[in-house]
Design a binder for this molecule. Structure first.
Ligand code: GLU
Length: 442
């Protein structure tokens, strides 16, 4: 049984990049009948907000994800205090006093000398007396003392990874204002909640080397890691939280179907063909991280739109019935309405437009060259009983009476009825219009 977690920081809206992480973790847990935890990484009090917690939850629910447990890092500060003590006892956490400017200066000097800008561990050489002196007018912060070695792991997506920790600065785990940073808090929670698999973006690969050492120091196991490639837009640039239209709320407002988003995110960069999947069961069957490529996953809004349309059109009647009722279609017509409408829509909102078409006032204008033809045609429509064949039977009769055929016959009739030159199959549309009652005025 696998335990996974999705751990957003509630500092912004959910976007496709972090939703992809959520989806992978969700399906990994569900596939093994395991546990999926939603964890809010909210130790940064200044930037985290309750508003984003609610928005993230709303967006995840909209996409169709549910979670077995919801946790907040801000509730676990005592656990991080313990971890701090533990690390100090083990000689793996040390107090530092440099200001940001001093660190920056050191960095510049190292770079000028052609050396990598790795923290020089100067604070480790301070005596107790010197530290006491520094504490008088400085706030200290804490760094994790890395063990210099080659950290290796078998990444479920990237394959064998190895990072020499000498190339890294000892990471800051606790800031001068006392804030526990993600690197430590995340590992402590992963240990406490017995997370077995960590799936996240490849921007975390370096963190993993550090966190593996933390797992060894604070716990007694190391989870499996998978780092998926990052999403890029079609110009090859990274999607960012700032890219408004790609946030979930923006996508929902533009009518993109949730299932299409899931289908696309799960299949991007996969050697398998992209869905659309018909439901989560279908996604679950096809879910396999080992099919994912290491290369950045290119996402184009147009392909999302196309997939969304396909997903929508493939919905079964029972899946869309509630929505159709909500736009005012009476119960006895919902099924035939869906049958008529589904080939003619891009987004759900188009259903409301089509329902308006069904209800429109048909206005005959006497200056219209087709006026007499239309008037006579609509007059005899009343003589036809309502059935699935009404369009065919009626137009055959109109054809006989008027002598018109082809485009000349059908086009004005369609235009008079729908106000458009093209659109749904009239065989399916007319029975609905007649059943509501045609509203004709001159
Ligand atoms: N809060 C972290 C982030 O959003 C979580 C990363 C992780 O999954 O470990 O990047």
């Amino acid at each position: 049984m696998k335990v996974t977690r999705f751990a957003p920081s509630p500092t912004g809206l959910l976007h496709l990049g972090n939703l992809r992480t959520a989806i992978f973790n969700y399906f990994m847990a569900r596939k093994s009948n395991g546990k999926f935890i939603l964890r809010f990484d909210d130790t940064d009090k200044r930037r985290s907000s309750h508003k984003f917690v609610e928005k993230i939850k709303e967006d995840l629910r909209w996409v169709g994800l549910d979670w077995d447990e919801e946790i907040f890092q801000s509730d676990h500060l005592d656990r991080y205090d313990n971890a701090k003590k533990d690390l100090i006892e083990q000689g793996r956490l040390y107090e530092c006093f440099e200001t940001k400017t001093e660190i920056e200066l050191k960095r510049k000097m190292q770079l000028n000398m052609g050396r990598p800008p790795v923290y020089d561990r100067a604070a480790l050489r301070l005596s107790e007396k010197e530290k006491a002196q520094l504490r008088i007018d400085r706030k200290s912060y804490w760094r994790f003392k890395l063990e210099h070695e080659l950290v290796e792991w078998n990444d479920c997506i990237l394959g064998k990874q190895s990072i020499p920790t000498e190339s890294l600065s000892d990471p800051v785990l606790i800031r001068a204002d006392g804030q526990y940073l993600y690197t430590l808090a995340s590992v402590m929670d992963d240990i406490d909640y017995e997370v077995t698999d960590i799936i996240r973006g490849s921007d975390h690969v370096t963190n993993t080397a550090v966190q593996i050492q933390l797992f060894k120091t604070l716990g007694d196991y190391i989870p499996d890691f998978s780092h998926h490639s990052l999403l890029v837009n079609f110009d090859g640039k990274a999607f960012s939280k700032r890219e408004g239209s790609m946030d979930l709320e923006g996508l929902r407002n533009s009518g993109i179907e949730a299932l299409a988003i899931v289908s696309l995110l799960i299949s991007l960069g996969s050697s398998k063909t992209i869905g659309p999947f018909d439901n989560f069961g279908d996604v679950l069957t096809n879910f396999d991280l080992s099919h994912l490529s290491k290369a950045p996953a290119k996402l184009e809004f147009k392909s999302l739109q196309a997939l969304s349309q396909k997903s929508l059109q493939r919905l079964s009647y029972s899946e869309i019935e509630k929505y159709i009722l909500s736009i005012g279609v009476p119960k006895n017509l919902t099924e035939s309405f869906w049958e008529m409408a589904k080939e003619n829509i891009f987004v759900r909102k188009d259903l409301a437009k089509l329902w308006k078409t069904c209800n429109r006032n048909i206005v005959l204008v006497s200056s219209d060259p087709d006026y007499d033809f239309l008037k006579n045609a609509l007059k005899i429509l009343k003589d036809f009983s309502l059935n699935d064949d009404i369009w065919r039977l009626w137009t055959e009769e109109v054809k006989k009476l008027s002598g018109r055929r082809g485009k000349e016959l059908y086009q004005p009739l369609r235009f008079a009825l729908t106000g458009q030159n093209s659109g749904p199959d009239m065989n399916k549309l007319l029975p609905i219009m007649v059943s509501i009652g045609l509203k004709i005025s001159e």
